[in-house]
Design a protein around this ligand. Structure first.
Ligand code: HEC
Ligand code: HEC
Ligand code: HEC
Length: 458
């Protein structure tokens, strides 16, 4: 860019800035906490770059300067949509745990608003006193909406949380659900059950790039684990199932998974089993229906949580549960933004995020783009959702290779390296990768009182 072209817009921007707030003031402490936070974010210009249709400043119509502004707003909205958070603050409803972690991180690090923005919009940088207001507000939101009662006091405000030892379930439904989960009659040729692809002795996955269903037919996306799926806000990489019960209705009718034509066929086949039907009717008086079958499976899946990982013990206050290397790994996990997407009890499963935020993962992969690569866009058809996926939870991650929706990464080292490169924009040193991997290995928890293992890895 030649200098004289830059000078003109710079002068114009400086002039324009004079019409903006000249004095940097924190929101009045007389305001209710939510209003203070709203005003703080609005004054810092967050909504100028992080909503679908930002109100652009008057100089956005100028050449060069205008293009730069529009590019910041485009990239900002691509990285983070702040509208749901602003609406929630206004309505007094809970802000998502992911948005809390993201905003906490950028304010804590002082990376937002971008320096070039507050140099022009005088008064929009975040003051130390505002930082304190924001951090306190985030802490209070977490305490109110995502109570972390199991954690030691010093870890009560962490972006990730230990999981419960158990959750209340209807045991009679669980027993039926477990039987159905292992029942090959849910597949058209009696060869495949849920457990075929989600073995509980193999980390809840099949350790294949793509699963094999009936007659060895292959799908086009890697099978996520069923362990802790209960904690996901939606199910599937593209989020097309709202609940575990919705999800369980999918595979039996999927032509490459279990291949049935309809749930009526499944019900008819199960009805031939007099003993099972009798037991089922004791809990579900109207007998075999899709709703009842998937309800039972969902109830069973609610028991597939894996508490008491070494990491959870650490969060609960057992300092000796982790080695120094693993603790350093956890520190890096927070430092490098991992914990802004992999948040909460399942270290993920609460938002859709772009695969390739900081680099073109798909171009570098150098294989044809498949339908599954479109991710959330398959469902919404909106452009912003192309390559956006439900963030996978990271519990028991050491047992669930290969990684990513495309199953292309055979080792955790490769997955961690790629995450840092494509989601965070950093090249990790070998030592940092090793530390992060050591930390991730501490996320293996217990099922039925025993630490989970994977028979495929023995
Ligand atoms: C001038 C436009 C602009 C303003 C103002 C702005 N952002 Fe950003 N923001 C961006 C851009 C561009 C990115 C993407 C940066 C990248 O990908 O490296 C981004 C990234 C982010 C991210 C994603 C995290 C990350 O590091 O990738 C969050 C969260 C965020 N901004 C929050 C905020 C908040 C909160 C405010 C107000 C305090 C704010 N931003 C103000 C442009 C802006
Ligand atoms: C042929 C292998 C196969 C069978 C059989 C199968 N699944 Fe899956 N499962 C997959 C694949 C592959 C995905 C990912 C599909 C996607 O995201 O589009 C998946 C996704 C899931 C998810 C979502 C997890 C998440 O994090 O999003 C759950 C839960 C699940 N399956 C449970 C079940 C249950 C219950 C059954 C039996 C009714 C079953 N599966 C049968 C392969 C299988
Ligand atoms: C911007 C959000 C975001 C950030 C930041 C992020 N991740 Fe991820 N992570 C994702 C998404 C989305 C996927 C799924 C990508 C795919 O399958 O294509 C994923 C997948 C993974 C997987 C593989 C999980 C599986 O079951 O296949 C691991 C391991 C992982 N991330 C670790 C990390 C680590 C370590 C960091 C920090 C260096 C990190 N992530 C930062 C969003 C993020």
């Amino acid at each position: 860019m030649k200098k004289k072209y830059v000078l003109v817009p710079v002068v114009l921007i400086a002039a324009g800035a004079a019409t903006y707030r000249l004095v940097n003031q924190p929101p009045s402490s007389d305001l209710p906490a939510n209003e203070q936070m709203y005003q703080l974010l609005a004054d810092a210009g967050c909504m100028d770059c992080h909503v679908a249709e930002p109100k652009l400043p008057f100089y956005a119509s100028f050449p060069l300067a205008g293009d730069l502004v529009k590019e910041d707003a485009r990239l900002g909205y691509r990285a983070f949509d702040i509208a749901p958070m602003m609406e929630a603050i206004k309505a007094g409803t809970p802000v998502s745990e992911v948005d809390l972690a993201k905003v906490e991180k950028v304010i804590q690090d002082g990376t937002m608003p971008m320096a070039k923005y507050y140099l022009v919009h005088w008064g929009s940088s975040i003051l130390d006193s505002e930082k304190i207001i924001a951090m306190n507000w985030i802490r209070d939101q977490r305490a109110a909406n995502y109570p972390n009662l199991l954690a030691a006091a010093e870890f009560a405000n962490e972006p990730v949380r230990p999981i419960a030892d158990s959750i209340p379930v209807d045991v009679r439904k669980v027993i039926l659900g477990e039987m159905l989960y292992n029942d090959t009659r849910l597949s058209v040729d009696n060869t495949v059950s849920c457990a075929t692809c989600h073995g509980l002795n193999t980390g809840g996955v099949d350790n294949k790039q793509f699963s094999e269903g009936i007659q060895g037919l292959k799908g086009g996306v890697n099978a996520p684990t069923v362990f802790n799926a209960h904690y996901n806000f939606v199910q599937f990489w593209d989020g097309r199932a709202k609940t575990l019960a919705d999800q369980a209705g999918g595979p039996p009718l999927n032509p490459v998974e279990m291949g049935h034509k309809s749930f009526d066929d499944i019900c008819a086949r199960l009805a031939e089993d007099a003993a099972f039907t009798k037991a089922f009717k004791e809990v579900y008086p109207d007998g075999w229906t899709q709703a009842n079958i998937t309800d039972a499976i969902q109830e069973f899946e609610r028991t597939l949580i894996t508490p008491n990982s070494r990491f959870d013990k650490y969060l609960k206050g057992d300092k000796a549960a982790l080695t120094q290397e693993e603790i350093t790994g956890y520190e890096l996990f927070k430092q490098y933004n991992c914990a802004t997407c992999h948040v909460g009890e399942n270290l993920g499963g609460q938002s859709y995020e772009l695969m390739g935020l900081q680099g073109d993962y798909f171009a570098d992969r150098n294989t044809e783009i498949t339908l599954e690569d479109h991710g959330r866009n398959k469902e919404t058809k909106t452009e912003r959702d192309i390559h956006r996926f439900k963030v996978p939870g990271l519990r028991n991650i050491a047992l669930t290779a290969p990684y990513f929706h495309d199953g292309t990464k055979k080792t955790l080292e490769e997955a961690v390296h790629d995450m840092a490169k494509y989601e965070v924009g950093v090249e990790l040193t070998d030592q940092e990768t090793a530390q992060l991997v050591s930390f991730l290995k501490t996320l293996t928890g217990e099922y039925k009182g025993k630490i989970l293992t994977n028979d495929n890895m023995k």
